[in-house]
Design a protein. Structure first.
Length: 237
C-alpha cells in the first residue's frame, strides 16, 4: 500500500466478493445449549433407558456433520475476505471498431516483442539464461504487464474515468522500445545472411492481411457513409 501511495496509484481496498456477517451464525456453539429454561426443574430421579451403543453413535453423527458444516462455511467466509472485491470481465471486441482492432494488434505486438527481446539480449550481451539480470527482467516485465493491460483496457473502454493511460502502460512501452533500440544498435553486422524466402513471403502475407482487414471492415463502410452524407448535403443545397 505504501508503494502504491508513493506512485500515486488509485486507492483500493480488499473486500470479499460476497460480504457477510456472523450474525446469522450465532446459533453455532461448541457446547449443547440448555433447552430448558432456568425456571424449569428437571427430575433426575426418573431414569430413562439408554439406547444401545450403535444407536447412540448413529444419533450423534448428524449433529457432528452439522457442526463441521458450520465450521467449514465460516472458514470459507473468512478466507473470502482476502479475495478481490470483484472480477473484471475483459471483452476487447477487436472486430467492433478500428480503435479496438488497433489496440489488440498493438497489445499482441508488444507482448511478442517482450517475449523475443530476452533471446536477442542474451545473445548480444553474452548472458546465460540463469543470469540474475535475465531472471529479474522476466519477473519485472511480468509484474508490470499485469496492471499495464488493466490500465490499457480501462483507457480504451472507459475513457470518462481514465483520461490517459496509466503509468504501468507507459513504463512497459518505454522498456520494450528501449530494448528494441539496444538490439538494433548492437546487432549491426552480426546477422549477415539474408532472410529466407519463405519467411519473407509469410511476413509479407501477414502484413497485407493486417492492413487489408481493417480497410475492408472499417474503411469501406466509413467511406460509404461519408459519400452518402455528402450527397445529402448537395441535394439540400
Amino acid at each position: 500500500m505504501k508503494t502504491c501511495e508513493y506512485f500515486q496509484v488509485k486507492h483500493f481496498s480488499w473486500r470479499s466478493v460476497r460480504p457477510f456477517s456472523f450474525a446469522h451464525s450465532r446459533r453455532f456453539s461448541f457446547g449443547r445449549r440448555r433447552r430448558n429454561g432456568p425456571e424449569e426443574d428437571v427430575d433426575t430421579s426418573q431414569t430413562v433407558a439408554q439406547p444401545p451403543a450403535e444407536n447412540r453413535d448413529s444419533s450423534l453423527t448428524p449433529k457432528k456433520h452439522k457442526r463441521y458444516g458450520v465450521i467449514r462455511r465460516n472458514t470459507q467466509k473468512v478466507l473470502k475476505q482476502f479475495s478481490p472485491h470483484d472480477f473484471t470481465k475483459f471483452e476487447w471486441a477487436g472486430t467492433t471498431s478500428f480503435t479496438a482492432y488497433f489496440t489488440v494488434v498493438l497489445l499482441l505486438s508488444v507482448f511478442l516483442a517482450a517475449e523475443l527481446n530476452p533471446f536477442y539480449l542474451k545473445f548480444l550481451l553474452w548472458m546465460e539464461p540463469s543470469h540474475p539480470f535475465v531472471i529479474a527482467r522476466l519477473v519485472g516485465v511480468f509484474l508490470c504487464g499485469l496492471p499495464a493491460v488493466r490500465e490499457l483496457y480501462q483507457y480504451m473502454n472507459d475513457s470518462r474515468r481514465a483520461v490517459r493511460m496509466g503509468q504501468h502502460t507507459w513504463l512497459l512501452l518505454a522498456t520494450i522500445i528501449t530494448e528494441l533500440l539496444v538490439i538494433v544498435k548492437w546487432s549491426r553486422g552480426l546477422f549477415t545472411e539474408p532472410m529466407p524466402g519463405k519467411i519473407k513471403v509469410f511476413l509479407s502475407t501477414l502484413a497485407v492481411l493486417l492492413v487489408l482487414y481493417p480497410t475492408v471492415a472499417f474503411g469501406v463502410p466509413a467511406a460509404r457513409k461519408y459519400l452518402l452524407r455528402h450527397k445529402k448535403k448537395t441535394k439540400v443545397q
